[in-house]
Design a protein. Structure first.
Length: 131
């Protein structure tokens, strides 16, 4: 599903418990995530990196023939996490919710992360929109 791009990676998607889908590399190191912020009406796209945050100011997301470049917020002292936010009514969120195709996340000079779309990610987005 959602994590097939990285060798040995797996996806952990707990829609009802945590409102988050996480992609883990072998060894359970997270490499990407999608999180619902229902209170603020936002979908958070997270890309973990080992590089410092300096100089990387945008994240580009491609899905369903749409491309969106978004400003990046940084979180995480041990493992830097780049976070891009989308409003739940954004058409890109519709593209991410599709159950076919692929999702690409580009962050600075990091390798392109390409993930197949997934039924559980669509369910997370639908649940998030319902509040």
């Amino acid at each position: 599903g959602f994590a097939a791009a990285a060798a040995g990676a797996r996806r952990v998607c707990e829609v009802l418990d945590t409102d988050e889908c996480v992609v883990e590399a072998s060894g359970a190191r997270p490499i990407a995530g999608v999180r619902c912020d229902g209170v603020r009406g936002r979908l958070l796209i997270e890309r973990m990196t080992v590089k410092p945050s300096g100089g990387i100011e945008t994240m580009t997301i491609r899905a369903d023939n749409r491309t969106r470049t978004l400003p990046v917020l940084w979180d995480g002292a041990t493992l830097p996490i780049a976070i891009a936010e989308l409003g739940l009514d954004d058409r890109m969120v519709d593209s991410l919710a599709r159950r076919s195709g692929s999702i690409e996340i580009e962050l600075g000079s990091e390798p392109l992360l390409s993930l197949p779309a997934d039924r559980q990610l669509g369910e997370l987005i639908e649940e998030c929109r319902r509040g």
